[in-house]
Design a protein around this ligand. Structure first.
Ligand SMILES: [Fe+2]
Length: 199
């Protein structure tokens, strides 16, 4: 980008309205269709095929498929031919922290999904009560970590000032941990702050 306008003077726009689609590579399009349509009940609503990537021109033939959720947003996949499997992650935390969470509306609905997973033999972790949301975790056939969740604190999005302060404190503690080669102070701050959250 050439000489981007400073953020404060750039023309203000409304934030994005919501998720249109998120997209991942699959090596198992058949298993992916079965899982999203039969286990999660998300209809296959569109598929695009091409012999090259429109945005870049890369000559990779692919099928691009979309599964729809209740609000019209979609989860999408690409399958190509001859792609090597992805490299393993450098730390198992990536396989836990990286995930996509889908809103099922209520705590009772999360519990109903757990009953469904039990009936279908789908491995899951949970339910987990996070205080603000209530969740169950599982994986799709591509190894993508998914979460079905519901708000239990309807005001959980109303904490911008505390969040901004937490990020500043975290950043300071993180820099100090890196400088010192020791996470002791950072962990002490996290524990103290977490205790305040739970009041
Ligand atoms: Fe999550």
């Amino acid at each position: 980008m050439n000489n981007p306008a400073p953020i404060r003077t750039a023309k203000a726009l409304a934030p994005p309205k919501g998720l249109h689609h998120t997209a991942y590579v699959t090596h198992d399009v058949e298993g992916t269709v079965k899982f999203y349509t039969e286990v999660l009940g998300m209809p296959l609503v569109s598929a695009v095929v091409d012999d090259a990537v429109p945005s870049t021109g890369d000559p990779w033939p692919y099928v691009h498929l979309f599964f729809e959720m209740g609000d019209g947003s979609t989860i999408a996949f690409f399958e190509s031919v001859g792609l090597p499997k992805p490299s393993p992650v450098s730390h198992p935390a990536y396989n836990i922290f990286n995930h996509i969470a889908l809103n099922v509306g209520s705590r009772a609905e999360v519990d109903r999904w757990i009953e469904r997973f039990q009936a279908l033999g789908v491995d899951y972790i949970g339910p987990t009560d996070h205080g603000i949301i209530y969740s169950v975790y599982f994986h799709d056939p591509n190894g993508i970590r998914l979460e079905l969740t519901a708000d239990i604190d309807l005001n959980w999005r109303d904490h911008t000032a505390e969040a901004t302060s937490d990020i500043e404190s975290w950043s300071k503690a993180k820099r100090r941990a890196i400088e010192m080669g020791d996470t002791g102070e950072l962990i002490a701050w996290v524990k103290e702050r977490r205790g305040q959250h739970k009041k």
